[in-house]
Design a protein around this ligand. Structure first.
Ligand SMILES: O=C(CO)COP(=O)(O)O
Length: 251
C-alpha cells in the first residue's frame, strides 16, 4: 500500500496573530505546488484564524490538545473537540511528550483524548516515544510496545483506523539532534509490526510520522525510510519557508 506523505506542524506555545496571518499568506501561495497532506497545529486561540486563512488550500488547521470530556459542562479552562471542529480544526495532537511529562498525561488519558477527538470528527495525531535514559537502557521497544498496547487495548477500532501516529524520541525534540534515518526507519518498522500483530490491515494504512529536529536539510533522508510517512515538525514549522521546504522534500 502506498501511503501519502503527511507533514504536520506543531507550533507549541509560540506564535502571534501577525505570525498566523503571514504563515497563512505564504501557504496560500505555496500550497498548490506541494504534493502531500499538510496540517499546522497552533495554540487554541489561533485555530479559527488559521483555518480561515487556509480555507482555499489543502492545508488543514489543527490544535495541540483537547479535553478528554466530550460533552459541555463545568470543566473550567477546558476545550472540547466539538469546539475545535467548529473553529475549523481537522487535526489535534494528542499525548505529546511535553503533555505526558509536564502535565501528567497517562496512557489512559491519551486513549480518552484520542477517543474524544474521533467523537468530534477530528483526526488525532497520537505521539509516542522514549526518553534518552530509556534509549540508553535499551528500553525503546518496551516503552513503545507499552504505549502502543495502551492504544490497541483502549481505543475503538474506528479510532485506530482513523488516527495518525507520531514517533517522537524525546531526546530528539528541540535538541537539533534528530534520529538518524536508519534509527527512525527501524523504530517505525517496529511500531508498524506492533500494530500489525493486532491488525495487519490497519497497520498497512496507518500513517506514522517522525518528529524530533526535522529540518529542511534532513527531511528527505528521513522520508526515504519505507515506514516513515512524513513528519511532525516543531521549531521548523514556525516559519512558512522552512515548513514549505520540508514539504518539498517529499519525493
Ligand atoms: O515536538 C516536536 C513536534 O511535536 C518536535 O519539535 P522540534 O521539531 O522542534 O524538535
Amino acid at each position: 500500500m502506498t501511503r501519502r506523505k503527511f507533514i504536520a506542524g506543531n507550533w507549541k506555545m509560540n506564535g502571534s496573530v501577525g505570525q498566523v496571518d503571514a504563515f497563512g499568506r505564504a501557504l496560500v501561495e505555496a500550497a498548490p505546488s506541494l504534493d502531500c497532506d499538510l496540517a499546522v497545529c497552533v495554540p487554541f486561540v489561533y485555530v479559527e484564524r488559521l483555518a480561515r486563512a487556509l480555507e482555499s488550500t489543502h492545508v488543514a488547521a489543527g490544535a495541540q490538545d483537547l479535553s478528554s470530556e466530550v460533552d459541555p459542562g463545568a470543566f473550567t479552562g477546558e476545550i472540547n473537540g466539538s469546539m475545535l471542529a467548529e473553529c475549523g480544526a481537522r487535526y489535534v495532537v494528542v499525548g505529546h511528550s511535553e503533555r505526558r511529562e509536564m502535565f501528567g498525561e497517562t496512557d489512559d488519558i491519551v486513549v480518552a483524548k484520542a477517543e474524544a477527538a474521533i467523537a468530534a470528527g477530528l483526526t488525532p495525531i497520537v505521539c509516542i516515544g522514549e526518553s534518552l535514559e530509556q534509549r540508553e537502557a535499551d528500553e525503546t521497544e518496551n516503552v513503545l510496545a507499552r504505549q502502543i498496547g495502551a492504544l490497541t487495548r483502549g481505543c475503538e477500532r474506528r479510532t485506530l483506523e482513523a488516527m495518525v501516529l507520531a514517533y517522537e524520541p524525546i531526546w530528539a525534540i528541540g535538541t537539533g539532534r534528530s534520529a538518524t534515518p536508519e534509527q527512525a526507519q527501524s523504530v517505525h518498522a517496529f511500531v508498524r509490526s506492533q500494530i500489525a500483530n493486532w491488525d495487519a490491515t490497519i497497520a498497512d494504512s496507518l500513517p506514522i510520522l517522525y518528529g524530533g529536529s526535522v529540518k529542511p536539510d534532513n527531511a528527505s533522508a528521513l522520508f526515504a525510510g519505507a515506514d516513515v510517512d512524513g513528519a511532525l515538525v516543531g521549531g521548523a514549522s514556525l516559519k512558512a519557508d522552512s515548513f514549505v521546504d520540508i514539504a518539498r522534500a517529499v519525493i
